[in-house]
Design a protein around this ligand. Structure first.
Ligand SMILES: [Zn+2]
Length: 171
């Protein structure tokens, strides 16, 4: 099954003026409240009016999942509630059957996304080499699995499955 790519913007994404015309852009209402400068407000207002950005809230189970992951990884203190909601929104969108790519320049957010296997790209440096995704791959037969697959052993050969960074060619 081919999943639709969608972008999830944090405040650095909006302040940086990131907007995909090819794929849907999502953000949370909490991110909107962080936008204070006039230029970004005007950019955001126009994007909302034209339907380029959709405001969506994460589901509580995903917010809880993010809390759990960052408590274990030690990122809890480095991430604001707004940051956590953005990560949770990406999980909600993934469960909705789409492929979220978080647009953020925040290294702590990027670190958590790596742990949970969600793709991200930075705002300011545009270019395909900055679009990073994850897959799972079998060490034995090299069968590829989606990043959110929970198997630890290959269903074909029984070898361990590990996560691998991939470059996404299509933006
Ligand atoms: Zn295998």
């Amino acid at each position: 099954m081919i999943k639709n790519d969608v972008y999830v913007l944090d405040s650095s994404g909006i302040i940086g003026g990131f907007l995909s015309k090819k794929f849907a852009n999502f953000t949370t209402s909490q991110v909107i409240t962080e936008i204070k400068d006039l230029k970004s407000e005007l950019f955001l207002q126009s994007a909302l009016e034209n339907g380029y950005i959709t405001i969506k809230e994460p589901e509580s189970q995903d917010f809880k999942q993010v809390k759990k992951v960052i408590t274990e990884s030690g990122d809890l203190l480095r991430l604001s509630d707004v940051d956590q909601l953005v990560i949770a929104l990406a999980l909600t969108i993934e469960r909705d059957g789409m492929n979220p790519i978080v647009v953020t320049d925040d290294y702590s957010i990027q670190n958590v996304l790596k742990i949970i296997g969600i793709s991200y790209r930075s705002v300011l440096t545009k270019g395909i080499e900055n679009i990073v995704g994850w897959i799972k791959i079998c060490k034995g037969c090299k069968k590829k699995y989606p990043s959110n697959n929970s198997l630890t052993e290959c269903e074909i050969c029984g070898s361990p499955i590990h996560r691998k960074r991939i470059k996404k060619l299509d933006q």
